[in-house]
Design a protein around this ligand. Structure first.
Ligand code: HEM
Length: 384
């Protein structure tokens, strides 16, 4: 006879494991490694020392001296993720070390070739993605379970706070969307808007739709043609894409709120690990929950569905307020200070990138995009 218990334990549609999802950690990589095998010492030495190497303008010269390493000694997806994370951080530091006016056109082959090989094995693009920056960039600091990041970039405690708070949102989103409110508000405690705006963002920026790098970047030894990739953004987080699909909130190209933002959001799925992307596609292809509620005529279901949609729209409204504080207001403050002699916050020199004034690190035009996504969400409400 069949073991019924076993069947009951399996979720109705699919098992979490199939999509590299964990009940405890959601989309986070459970217990990421923080050490690579010995042959990769030269990468780790640089990746572990990035803030200093960038601020002392030594990173590029260190990268040019790196030996040409093959990716063949990397075993298993945890080593591959750590290697992608290390090379992504090194690449962002390498490209943006001298700010937006001192960018490079070419990523040297000793970095570009293994980076593209590893990216291909993981099904990720060769640029820093949310899956690196947040999902794979954490470790337990002590036995109390306090968290720390594995690698860092300039931005000190604000960068650490930004990464870890986003990580907490990811973790909190495993059972639902209500908890992210508390995590979002933690951003206000841990991240200094001036440092976020002027120091951190440039290192998350890409080389697509970015006036500071209009020609993209040549990955030497991989292709002679420059390649263009969007920078890291939580728009690449699978969480909200999954909620949208579950609630049949479609930011489609046909959406009345305009195609530009919707297309950007869809493009961000190409920056997710393939298993997480497959999870969204599975929900998308499953029978529509909304359709079921509409045809059932069940009032309780309709109310419960509408509550979920409202919470999601409110969460997006809250996120807009955060973006206003950390980018729009911070931009105005930075503009007001421009022209004055060097401006420092703590030990960090503030020199905001002008090409990012109205754009997100993913390259989107910010507020109109975020508002249209929020409005499409709200339009999902089922009227009685
Ligand atoms: C300092 C805090 C934050 C700022 C300044 C910020 C900024 C932005 C910007 C500018 C965008 C537009 C896309 C782009 O070009 O990158 C965006 C999108 C997005 N962000 Fe944030 N963000 C912050 C924190 C977070 C956190 C903690 C999360 C939670 C995971 C999050 C989730 C999202 C999502 C899901 C999108 C896609 C739009 C949507 O689905 O509504 N953000 N963010």
């Amino acid at each position: 006879m069949e073991n019924n218990n076993e069947n009951e334990e399996k979720p109705l549609l699919f098992t979490l494991r199939r999509f590299h999802l964990s009940e405890d950690y959601g989309f986070l990589l459970p217990n990421p490694l923080s050490e690579l095998p010995a042959p990769y010492g030269p990468w780790m030495e640089i990746a572990n020392n990035l803030p200093h190497l960038i601020q002392s303008h030594q990173l590029r010269s260190q990268v040019y001296k790196m030996p040409q390493l093959s990716s063949q000694h990397l075993k298993g997806h945890r080593e591959l993720h750590l290697a992608h994370l290390a090379l992504s951080f090194i690449t962002m530091g390498f490209v943006w070390q001298e700010g937006e006016e001192g960018t490079v056109k070419l990523l040297p082959r000793n970095l570009a070739v293994p980076y593209c090989e590893i990216s291909q094995m993981l099904g990720l693009p060769p640029i820093l993605v949310h899956a690196d920056f947040v999902l794979a960039n954490w470790k337990k600091k002590n036995l109390n379970g306090n968290l720390d990041t594995i690698f860092s970039l300039p931005g000190g405690e604000s960068l650490r706070g930004f990464i870890l708070v986003t990580l907490l949102v990811e973790k909190a989103a495993a059972p639902g969307v209500k908890v992210p409110y508390n995590s979002y508000s933690a951003l206000l405690d841990y991240v200094d808007p001036a440092i976020f705006y002027a120091v951190i963002r440039i290192f998350l920026s890409g080389w697509k739709d970015n006036p500071a790098m209009p020609g993209g970047l040549i990955y030497e030894g991989v292709s002679d043609e420059p390649m263009s990739y969007s920078g890291g953004s939580a728009a690449q987080s699978t969480v909200l894409h999954a909620f949208d699909e579950l609630l049949t909130i479609r930011h489609s190209k046909e959406s009345s709120n305009g195609p530009e933002g919707a297309a950007f959001l869809h493009r961000m799925r190409d920056y997710m690990p393939p298993h997480h992307r497959a999870f969204i596609e599975e929900i998308q292809s499953a029978p529509s929950l909304k359709q079921h509620i509409l045809s059932s005529g069940n009032e309780k279901l309709r109310i419960a569905y509408n509550q979920c949609v409202s919470v999601l729209a409110d969460l997006r409204t809250y996120h807009i307020a955060i973006v206003t504080k950390f980018i729009i207001t911070a931009a105005a403050n930075a503009k007001a200070k421009k022209g004055k002699e060097s401006h420092w916050v703590g030990s960090l020199q503030i020199n905001p990138p002008s090409s990012l004034q109205e754009r997100g690190t993913g390259g989107s035009g910010i507020l109109s995009f975020l508002k249209s996504v929020r409005d499409t969400t709200r339009a999902g409400i089922i009227e009685c």
